[in-house]
Design a protein around this ligand. Structure first.
Ligand code: AMP
Length: 406
């Protein structure tokens, strides 16, 4: 038996309908904010992620599925969406230098991670990226779209965390301050954090290890280190969130794992998820376009994990079955039934037939199993009389009608 690769899973009928409903909700909600869909390739040149996400991140440093193609080009399965979307915007000149470009994507991402509840190696993200204005009110609108989407899914009890991680002017100062603090508690930190201290000390605040969380409890807050423009930006984001009526908590430890964020960062967490409690998150990345060789192009976005959303949404009502199950006993009735089923389908009905050639009783059982609303019964008697019997499977009520009245 060949099994699915570790960290992947099949989305089976029954479950797939839940995915479809989530995708419909995403399209409906994001449509109301003026987003258009973008679909980028599943793989990109490795360099894109090395530059655009950062070699020092776990995602690029440890988790990418990287391979050489037949011409020895280094390619990687995409581990996240933002770098690829920015690449596509620059390559396709999608942004005309004016106004606001709002894009969303939905699809699989790949990270070679340790498996856990809510953590796979192939997982799916819904994400948005907005380009143009560097306005704090846009940050709030982007967050509002995420919260509206969660609302449309019926997800309750999630918590919005927001923070600012400053910019090129104030973050280096904070970094130094934080590094000095980390040095003073270094003997209490995990190996990983000691490495992070060298590559990106802010990420020490991101560590999930309880000992590291305790050791860094008294770390200096980035919010005390923000320069004037960053502080003003953050205050304006919070003010706009209040206008939107969104409850939030300022979380100075929220630095997020990716190097390209600046100023606003945010995350939505949910208590039902265990250790991997983030439903989604994002932030502002005004420098990413230039990092990838493009012009200055401010951007802000988020990504949410679909598997985790589906772990959180309330269980759906029993899925609807088909409209009609055809029950035909005998060869001639069966052939007649083929034509009737086709006619009904052409009129938009969903119709199934059981081709096992089994008894009336077995076929009725199959009709119930697929939760058909009604059975269309056709035996030799019906065929002779030019009629069909229609049975309502919920009420049990049954009547015989002329075939052309069907
Ligand atoms: P990130 O791109 O790391 O900011 O992740 C955004 C969201 O994607 C997270 O909040 C999760 O909901 C989801 N996510 C990230 N990594 C995984 C994974 N390995 N498995 C499942 N979901 C994930």
């Amino acid at each position: 038996m060949i099994t699915a690769p570790k960290g992947t899973h099949d989305i089976l009928p029954g479950d797939a309908e839940r995915w479809q409903r989530l995708e419909e909700a995403a399209r409906a909600v994001l449509g109301r904010y003026g987003y258009g869909e973008i679909r980028t390739p599943m793989f990109e040149s490795t360099e894109l992620f090395a530059k655009g996400v950062g070699q020092a991140t776990d995602i690029v440093g440890k988790e990418m599925y990287t391979f050489a193609d037949k011409k020895d080009r280094s390619l990687s399965l995409r581990p996240e969406g933002t770098a690829a979307v920015v690449r596509a915007v620059l390559e396709g000149r999608l942004y005309d230098g004016q106004g606001t470009l709002r894009l969303y994507y939905l699809g699989p991402m790949f990270r070679y991670e340790r498996m856990q509840k809510g953590r796979q190696r192939q997982f799916h993200q819904l994400g948005v990226e907005v380009f143009g204005p560097a306005s704090p009110e846009l940050d709030a609108e982007v967050i509002d779209a995420l919260m509206a989407f969660l609302g449309a899914l019926g997800i309750e009890g999630s918590q919005l965390l927001v923070n600012s991680i400053g910019d090129g002017a104030c973050r280096p100062v904070y970094r130094e301050r934080l590094t000095a603090f980390i040095d003073s508690i270094a003997d209490r930190l995990c190996e990983e954090c000691l490495r992070r201290k060298e590559t990106n000390p802010l990420r020490v605040l991101d560590c999930k290890n309880p000992a590291c969380i305790a050791a860094t409890a008294a770390a200096p807050s980035i919010l005390d280190a923000l320069c004037e423009p960053c502080a003003r930006h953050f205050a304006a984001v919070c003010r706009a969130l209040e206008v939107y009526g969104l409850a939030y908590r300022v979380e100075p430890r929220l630095v997020r794992g990716l190097d390209y964020y600046m100023r606003t960062t945010f995350e939505v967490v949910h208590g039902n998820l265990g250790a991997q409690n983030a439903l989604g998150g994002g932030g502002r990345y005004d420098g990413l376009s230039e990092l990838l060789g493009g012009p200055h192009l401010p951007g802000v976005g988020w990504a949410a994990g679909i598997e985790r959303l589906l772990l959180t949404v309330p269980p759906p009502a029993a899925a609807a079955g088909v409209d009609t199950a055809v029950v035909a006993v005998g060869e001639a009735p069966m052939l007649k039934a083929l034509a009737l089923a086709q006619k009904l389908r052409q009129r938009g009905e969903s119709v199934v037939m059981d081709f096992k050639g089994t008894s009336f009783k077995a076929q009725m059982k199959a009709a119930n199993k697929c939760r058909a609303r009604r059975a269309l019964i056709l035996g030799e008697d019906e065929l002779q009389g030019g009629v069909v019997t229609v049975k309502d499977l919920a009420s049990g009520e049954q009547r015989t009608i002329k075939e052309d009245e069907l």
